[in-house]
Design a protein around this ligand. Structure first.
Ligand code: ADP
Length: 589
């Protein structure tokens, strides 16, 4: 895996390098082709201007050589025509723009010249060594480029034979010197590297003056001899202009200042000359290097972008995975919660069901027991009564019938309680709690007196007038009060100086009723189960254990609260909070 990575990376790096090399190559070739095109255009332009400059004079020597005055001057040994010819040549030179026009006799001695009046006049000078003289004498015309042996100024010489000598030979030569300095100056001003080399490869014109009279190649001994003989470049040593490299380019200057040029050349019609246009190589490299740098920069940017994108994608994938894991975990958790809830609900339902069944069983057992005892009694008393009546003991039988009545009443009470239990309360009417309390106390009055109980009632009625009414229904509130008071009286049965205290207070939209006795109090263990159904500590036949359960239900229905506890001083207390009419929101509870 790691090896694959390295191989891929190496491959990519090689690919990038190859791509960059191609770009470099392409840009270099492109720049070179552009430069070549430009060079060719410039060469064509400079060639035509050179040609034009030379052609203007091509006809002139021959034309002048045919003039009788010129011919006469050659035959004139005493110099009758000398002044006249000199003046004529000066005038023609002046008009044509030639630097000098001069006439030589058959020995090459100048007999007339346009510059006759100047210090460096050609008059009397011997030019038989110059090719333009020799060629004209032998073939009728000649041309030559050289540094003037008299003036030291370089120029192009063009000559024509002056016919009319003995044996059909020319009697002299008329030559014309054209200066090419202006042409060279125009090249220099254009700021380009232009050279003109002669047939031997010697630079005769150059836009850089210090390159003039340097050779581009090697000179053969014969060529050097000829040059010397013809005194073409006076005594110039003709050093090499730089170094020719293998690809044809030219390297000039020395280390540190070396410059390399592509040499574009065009052959000229004149004298085997060649025009050279030198293209500096450095800008081509600069252009290629710039393209390379731009490409490398772009590649690097692309690479970085790619890396960044990859990193971002990776991070996104990681985030997605995390989100997926969290989502799945949540889903699993939710499923478990749902499952658990369902299990709990099922368990709860089962528990409720079991609780219901248990409660039903306990209740059935209680009711059966409660019904059974009186029924057995009734049965016994009835049988006894029957027997006593048969024996004619009516008075004794009567007692039995009274007992039967009492038992029937007890059954009636039991059934009433059960009925109440079954009754669903819901009515919320204004109930005067104090009036209901008075009514219940009236019912229990006999028992209170019988037990010798001291009753104390304290209510705000005594101090601040009306006590607010509560919300509920009369029967149920009476039932509630009866249950609580009966229990208290039961607890006070065998107590010396029994005392029952009833306190009514008003607090924040509630009426708080507290019933306190000084009986034995409630077992701490019993406190927990006090309001459970069928919880009783009383003897069979005395209590069913439904009183507090029913009371609890009633208070709950009315939106109130019932609590119980033991007094410090001994005895129990029961407290009932009921909503007053202002506090009742009217909702069913
Ligand atoms: P019952 O009166 O039929 O036993 P209750 O639900 O009314 O049923 O009472 C349950 C039990 O609460 C009683 O058996 C008794 O032990 C206890 N109890 C109720 N009131 C008092 C009280 N004032 N003092 C002592 N114990 C009480």
């Amino acid at each position: 895996m790691r090896n694959w990575g390295i191989a891929a990376f190496t491959g990519l790096a090689l690919l990038v390098l190859a791509g960059l090399w191609l770009i470099w190559q392409w840009q270099y070739t492109q720049a070179m082709q552009d430069a070549e095109r430009h060079a060719q255009n410039r060469l064509a332009l400079y060639s035509s201007s050179l040609e034009g400059a030379l052609e203007r004079f091509a006809y002139l020597p021959r034309l002048l050589g045919r003039q009788p005055l010129v011919q006469a001057a050659l035959m004139d040994d005493v110099g009758i025509f000398a002044d006249q010819v000199n003046a004529h040549l000066a005038e023609v030179a002046e008009r044509s723009g030639a630097e000098a026009i001069f006439l030589m006799d058959a020995q090459g001695v100048t007999v007339a010249a346009s510059n006759h009046a100047t210090d460096d006049s050609f008059l009397g000078h011997h030019y038989a060594f110059r090719p333009y003289f020799r060629d004209a004498m032998s073939s009728g015309q000649g041309e030559f480029y050289a540094i003037g042996s008299t003036t030291g100024r370089p120029g192009y010489f063009i000559s024509a034979a002056v016919e009319g000598g003995n044996d059909g030979r020319p009697q002299g030569v008329l030559a014309l010197k054209v200066s090419l300095e202006n042409l060279q100056e125009s090249w220099r001003q254009a700021g380009e590297k232009v050279l003109l080399s002669d047939a031997n490869g010697v630079v005769i014109l150059s836009s850089r003056p210090d390159w003039r009279y340097h050779r581009l190649g090697e000179l053969s001994t014969q060529a050097r001899e000829e040059i010397h003989e013809q005194r073409q470049f006076m005594d110039h040593p003709l050093p090499a202009l730089g170094e020719r490299l293998r690809d044809g380019s030219l390297k000039t200057g020395n280390q540190g200042h070396a410059e390399r040029f592509l040499n574009m050349s065009l052959d000229q019609a004149t004298l085997g000359w060649t025009m050279h246009y030198l293209v500096p190589v450095r800008p081509l490299y600069v252009s290629a290097r710039n393209a390379l740098l731009a490409a490398a920069g772009s590649t690097l940017a692309l690479l970085l972008l790619g890396l960044w994108l990859r990193e971002r994608q990776k991070r996104q994938r990681l985030r997605d995975r995390e989100a997926r894991i969290i989502h799945e975990a949540n889903e699993r958790l939710e499923a478990r919660v749902t499952e658990r809830t369902r299990e709990l609900q099922e368990a709860q339902t089962e528990l409720v069901q079991a609780g219901k069944l248990a409660a039903l069983g306990t209740m059935a057992a209680g009711i059966a027991h409660e019904l059974n005892q009186p029924l057995l009694g009734i049965h016994t008393y009835a049988a006894n009564g029957e027997r006593l009546l048969a024996r004619g003991r009516g008075d004794a039988a009567e007692e039995n019938f009274q007992r039967i009545q009492a038992l029937c009443e007890r059954l009636g009470t039991l059934i009433r309680q059960l009925k109440l239990f079954a009754r669903k309360g819901g009515a919320r009417e204004p109930v005067d709690l104090m009036a209901r309390l008075g009514f219940v106390l009236e019912l229990l009055d006999e028992r209170i007196k019988q037990q010798g109980v001291t009753l104390r009632i304290s209510s705000p009625e005594t101090t601040s007038g009306a006590i607010p009414w509560v919300a509920g229904d009369e029967v149920r509130i009476e039932q509630l009060l009866t249950n609580l008071l009966r229990n208290a009286l039961d607890a006070l049965r065998n107590v010396a100086s029994p005392m029952l205290t009833i306190t009514v207070e008003v607090s924040a939209a509630r009426l708080v009723l507290t019933i306190t006795d000084n009986g034995p109090g409630i077992d701490t263990t019993a406190l927990e189960k006090l309001f459970d159904p069928f919880y009783t500590t009383k003897a069979v036949g005395d209590g069913l254990g439904l009183g507090l359960f029913i009371s609890y239900g009633i208070v709950q229905d009315l939106g109130g609260r019932i609590t119980a506890g033991n007094r410090q001083a001994g005895g129990a207390w029961f407290q009932v909070e009921l909503l007053t009419l202002e506090g009742d929101t009217g909702h069913e509870r």
